[in-house]
Design a protein around this ligand. Structure first.
Ligand SMILES: [Zn+2]
Length: 389
């Protein structure tokens, strides 16, 4: 008796205590799991059929049409921004003063290898790709496409999730910025599934003319900033331009093989310590708010990204979030920091004929997928995403 009594007593207590209800499954985790490496790769591959997608060319316009068709297929209603781009005369730019700092304000370390934009067609050994990229850019009208997931309880507020669809350099712009464009398109696919609801609105923007100075993003701001939060028509419950809560840009997501080696070559594989770089700009009016947003993304990475961690840095520069930095919280996600790392040559394919799909392997593509998991997790939380039963 003495031996079995405690067991009996325990059994009685257990019988009286109802079991704790199972924790409700996290809908955000379910959404993140709908991202898929092969689907992400297929979307990048799809973009590369238009070569480098240089702004002001037929291949760029065909890419805008293709992107729009995909977004519609995902159930995400589209719209376009129209603007005119007339490039300034060549040679008019002032050089940067030599401060010893990189663009964006960071301090470079280690060996630097030269960077630049390739303008020589003959450096592209693939004759078919060379021919595809041959039409030159001409000044004139431009278009870019976006699509919108309307919020259920706060349709009047939104986050903008962006990537730039134009490229240059006589490659396929597979990484810069096919990888960011595909990330945004994949998020549009997941968020617009019929069983997904968000309380707040999300706009998926595929900027054009980033490589010439973010004229697509600037046109968007010029045309739509004053429309924010206005119900139109009044009483309709429709907000053509919800109030901007934040802008999150994705620009070059795949390649983090570390700094150049002393002999000027690179490691052949993604480094084991590869990370997603989340940047804000400390020298901006919205620095505090942007930093706060950056850490929301870092936390989402810890919770939802399967392979690679994230690092937050204060020197965001040269991307479509730039025109937003004094207006709203604005951040970017990248494979490396733009100023001190990419600027120091950490990505040897950057704006080169080698930025083609075949250059990258699954470890590279997986870094981009981890950035997608990070942004999907963060934006799902920020917009109150839920799943219909
Ligand atoms: Zn880019």
């Amino acid at each position: 008796m003495r031996i079995i009594l405690p067991a009996l007593f325990l059994a009685m207590i257990q019988a009286q205590t109802p079991p704790a209800p199972p924790a409700a499954p996290d809908p955000v985790k379910t959404l993140v799991e709908r991202l898929d490496l092969e689907k992400y790769k297929a979307t990048i591959k799809g973009l590369t059929q238009f070569g480098d997608r240089r702004q002001g060319t037929d291949r760029n316009r065909a890419a805008v049409d293709w992107i729009e068709a995909q977004l519609k297929r995902y159930g995400c209603p589209t719209d376009r921004i129209k603007y005119v781009y007339d490039p300034p005369p060549a040679g008019g730019g002032r050089g940067r003063p030599n401060t010893g700092l990189a663009v964006g304000g960071g301090r470079p370390r280690g060996d630097k290898i030269p960077t630049g934009v390739n303008t020589d067609p003959m450096k592209q050994p693939d004759e078919k790709l060379r021919a595809l990229n041959m039409q030159p850019t001409t000044p004139g009208p431009r278009e870019m496409v976006y699509c919108t997931k309307v919020g259920t309880t706060h349709p009047e507020e939104m986050y903008i999730v962006g990537g730039h669809m134009d490229g240059h350099g006589w490659g396929e712009a597979a990484n810069d910025d096919g990888s960011g464009t595909a990330l945004v398109m994949e998020l549009a696919r997941v968020f617009n599934a019929p069983d997904v609801k968000t309380e707040r609105t999300i706009r998926f923007a595929l900027w054009n003319n980033e490589e010439t100075g973010s004229q697509g993003a600037r046109a968007y701001i010029a045309q739509r900033q004053d429309l924010q939060g206005k119900e139109n028509p009044p009483g309709s419950g429709k907000y053509p331009e919800p109030k901007w809560l934040g802008m999150i840009q994705h620009d070059i997501m795949l390649f983090d093989h570390g700094m150049p080696l002393p002999d000027g070559t690179m490691r052949k594989e993604q480094r084991a310590e590869a990370d997603v770089n989340i940047e804000f700009q400390s020298n901006s009016k919205m620095a505090a708010e942007s930093m706060k947003l950056a850490w929301v993304f870092e936390a989402a990475n810890e919770k939802y990204a399967t392979d690679y961690p994230a690092a937050v840095g204060p020197h965001m520069t040269n991307t479509d979030s730039g025109p937003f930095i004094d207006i709203i919280p604005a951040i970017s996600l990248r494979e490396n920091e733009r100023g001190v790392q990419i600027g120091n040559g950490w990505d040897p394919q950057w704006h080169q004929p080698t930025d083609v799909y075949a250059t990258y392997n699954d470890k590279d593509f997986r870094l981009g997928l981890n950035a997608a998991q990070t942004t999907l997790g963060a934006v799902a939380g920020l917009t109150g995403a839920t799943l219909n039963k």
